[in-house]
Design a protein around this ligand. Structure first.
Ligand code: SAM
Length: 230
């Protein structure tokens, strides 16, 4: 039942983890891990009542209620220090929303849990947050599933953070170094999208606008990375 996307996320969760899955509409990820005996405890946090009820129902159906607790809460408020959470997963939402959730209450990350994040869009915002909050990206994956390209990243707390370059923030430090086929697919598609916008702005005589500047800069940046075959 688990999508390839969540399966890849699951593979990064340390065995025996005490997990908080935030935005856990069906609790698929924690239930999958609990059934396999791969985690010792999980909180499935969800802010909307309907999805929260779904999660609660599925946990009960799968008889995993002793390991996975369903909680209606906004972001990291789903757990307390008593839960001794050591791993946090946030998947299937936009990067900026993820950043809001991670920044809302710094106390929640005081125990420095491992973070496994799968932003749908705006991954650059997440990478910037991680760098500014002393989290080093230790693994990244990009995968293509049913016409969508997904990115996921694993981040660990560190005392000394390595500054990422603009390209590393935008494309991902590991992904830009590897350039998997899914990476080429994603950025070729993005390049075409930006080029269309550029053509439209030119046709509309809007070449002296900040938007045009932004789009042309992005085109140069993407072309630079796609052309680079080191
Ligand atoms: N994590 C699952 C996955 O990857 O398949 C579900 C993804 S679903 C598209 C995003 C879920 O996050 C929704 O159910 C939404 O209600 C929930 N969500 C959004 N903001 C949230 C927040 N601040 N706290 C908890 N859950 C949130």
């Amino acid at each position: 039942k688990l999508s390839q996307r969540l399966l890849h996320v699951a593979q990064h969760v340390p065995v025996g983890a005490r997990l908080a899955d935030i935005g856990s509409d069906h609790a698929y990820l924690p239930v999958y891990l609990a059934k396999k005996g791969l985690i010792s405890f999980a909180v499935a946090g969800e802010v909307v009542a309907g999805p929260h009820h779904n999660a609660t129902k599925i946990i009960a159906q799968e008889q995993m209620s002793e390991i996975v607790q369903s909680r209606l809460a906004d972001g990291l408020a789903a757990y307390t220090a008593e839960d001794q959470i050591d791993t946090v997963t946030i998947c299937g939402m936009g990067g900026p929303l993820m950043v809001n959730i991670l920044s809302a209450d710094p106390q929640k990350l005081a125990a420095k849990p491992l973070l496994i994040l799968q932003p749908n869009v705006g991954a650059d915002a997440v990478r910037e947050w991680l760098m500014n909050n002393y989290y080093e990206i230790t693994a990244e994956e990009i995968l293509s599933e049913t016409g969508h390209v997904y990115e996921l990243m694993v981040a660990q707390p560190v005392a000394n953070i390595k500054q990422l370059s603009a390209d590393e923030i935008f494309f991902g430090p590991k992904l830009v170094a590897q350039k998997d086929p899914a990476f080429i697919e994603k950025w070729t598609r993005e390049l075409h999208r930006e080029e269309k916008i550029c053509t439209a702005l030119t046709a509309a005589g809007k070449t002296a606008t900040p938007k045009y500047q932004e789009v042309t800069a992005k085109i140069v940046q993407i072309k630079g990375v796609l052309a680079d075959d080191d």
